[in-house]
Design a protein around this ligand. Sequence first.
Ligand code: AMP
Length: 282
Amino acid sequence: MKIIRSPEIMHEVSKIHLFEGTTIGFVPTMGALHEGHMSLVRKAKSENGVTVVSIFVNPAQFGPSEDFDKYPRTIEADIERSQREGVDILFIPDAKSIYSDTFATYVNVAGLSDKLCGAFRRGHFTGVATIICKFFNILMPARAYFGQKDFQQGMIISRLIKDLNINVKLTVCPTVREKDGLAISSRNSYLNAQQRRAATVLYRTLLSISQAIKAGDSNLIVAKKEMNNMLKAEPLISEIQYAGIYSPDTLDEIFELEKENLLATSVRIGDIRLIDNMIVTL
Ligand code: AMP
């Protein structure tokens, strides 16, 4: 496994692969690698000649009061895990090489970026779209892999690719969960034992509402209320940012069932923000 830290060298290496006709599969991450990330790596490996994983805790996607400084950084373990999984290239640039002193260009996917998580994390998705656009230009991947856990992020990248005619095929892979249903996330390491137990309420709630809808409950006002009640019943939840049923095409709240329906929620347990979602297909 190669470790590349310079964007210029990464670009040159990608050019050689392109010239040789080897496709690049790209998995962007912020590190603290876990099974969720590895599921993307496995998918990328099965479809491409070369798999590149980036590890970059992107300052541009964190708000001033967010957890940039304390975000888990486990680089040694990440390198070992990537090697074990058969990653070909780990791209680990530092912030200075990505954002020069004169950096001034941002990519904003208007509309979608302001909904759901975007309403609570102003500027977050501009930071995400900007870094992904830069990485696409540096790596020139044929395919890129994202997780459904960050459903809105996947949609925004999909729109970015379409709107800016970027030649990358995006694949969104299913959410990998712990045995008790909690969506695996690097931020789960912030949870103490009690909070960790409480966090399972997200999955239990999504599953229960999904099952009710599939069984014929079609009143989405009632379903949303029930969803919020289930979350509120967990005393360690300090804030429900949103919990409802949305169109997976527009992220707008829906009041009548469609073929595909997005159940999504964001809550805080203490000051730890957790998100989860589920698609209900009828
Ligand atoms: P992150 O390092 O949290 O920015 O995540 C990097 C990529 O891994 C994103 O595309 C995430 O959606 C994806 N990812 C994170 N957690 C999971 C999970 N539990 N299952 C599947 N994909 C995930």
